[in-house]
Design a binder for this molecule. Structure first.
Ligand SMILES: [Zn+2]
Length: 334
């Protein structure tokens, strides 16, 4: 039995037909976790779809109405880059419910994984880049509404910049405080903070760390609290060095009550939509590092998956399953 819960539903599958996004990966991950004995059936909990009030904490009523009534314009549908259907909308409501449940479990038990979600390109009033609803933002806002937290940190390690997250939670305070670095020029790093002192009582503060490939989608990357714009073909060693520095700096400036870790599989060297050069082993070390830091600071963590477009879908499945293995190892380490 795992020392944390896995939030999962077969209905995470996205009905998008033949597509570079491997919508079948969720079911393959579930199957692989069970077949390899990494997890057992009792480790999984089933989410309910988010309710509309939760979705409206992040998204505009106009956008939600268009999604529910199938009245998006042709341009709006094209921008999502996934074909619209009522079933697609249901799958995104469910993914958001999964991230709400994972946040709830993490705050109660210390750690939880949503075997889905991480749709960080969704904006309040539109979807883009395969993302329709920003499940992580919905979960954070719901936890805040319920009085469960005022300060959350998102650690976004998808190869693509989380432009939706940055638009929904723009950093509040900017200080000229570059990350220490011996390996890259200082202009590669953009850091903002300390945010923890700027919010009033009960106000929600979200501090976002984003490591992403500089020369990749989205073209415009709105600032996060800490951005690390990685050069093409960044390898394991360089990546882990930057991540270590970014996490250290983040925790110097901000004391989160919950970490939302977006564990994208697409920094992988064989990814079709990514241009970094991480190995499967390097990606597992990445997961371990984030979770070791969370554990060292005594901060609960919820994990979501995100992009993964490896040439072999088996590699994407392995990378995502390894996140569960890494979490287990960190939980059980002294
Ligand atoms: Zn991505």
């Amino acid at each position: 039995m795992l020392p944390f819960k896995l939030v999962y539903s077969d209905d995470y599958y996205l009905p998008i037909g033949a597509h570079v996004f491997p919508a079948q990966k969720y079911r393959l991950i579930h199957k692989h976790l069970l077949e390899t004995g990494i997890a057992e059936a009792a480790d999984f909990v089933t989410p309910q779809p988010a309710n509309d009030d939760d979705i409206l904490l992040v998204h505009t009523s106009d956008y939600v109405r268009k999604l529910k009534t199938g009245t998006l314009s042709a341009d709006e549908e094209m921008q999502m880059e996934v074909p619209y259907s009522p079933e697609l909308v249901k799958a995104f409501w469910l993914a958001a419910g999964g991230s709400i449940l994972a946040s709830d479990l993490a705050l109660r038990e210390g750690l939880a994984v949503n075997v889905g979600g991480g749709f960080h390109h969704a904006f309040p009033d539109h979807g883009e880049g395969f993302c329709v609803i920003h499940d992580v933002a919905v979960a954070i806002k719901r936890m805040h509404k319920d009085g469960r937290l005022n300060r959350a940190m998102t650690v976004d390690l998808d190869v693509h910049n989380g432009n939706g997250t940055a638009a929904i939670f723009p950093p509040k305070t900017r200080v000229g405080h570059p990350l220490p670095s011996a390996s890259a020029s200082r202009r590669d790093v953009h850091e903002i903070g300390p945010a923890v002192h700027t919010s009033g009582d009960g106000e929600l503060e979200v501090f976002t760390i984003s490591l992403h490939q500089a020369h990749n989608y989205p073209a415009y990357k709105p600032p996060s609290s800490i951005d690390v714009h990685l050069h093409d073909a960044t390898n394991d060693e360089e990546y882990l060095g930057w991540l270590d520095q970014a996490l250290s700096s983040g925790f110097r400036h901000f004391s989160p009550q919950l970490i939302c870790y977006i564990a994208g599989a697409d920094p992988y060297k064989e990814d079709q939509l990514g241009g970094l050069a991480l190995t499967i082993e390097g990606l597992k070390k990445r997961d371990e590092l984030v979770l070791r830091v969370a554990k060292a600071h005594g901060v609960p963590a919820m994990i979501t998956y995100a992009g993964g477009y490896a040439r072999r879908v088996e590699d994407t499945v392995t990378i995502h399953c390894n996140t569960v293995v890494a979490a287990k190892e960190v939980c059980e380490s002294p």
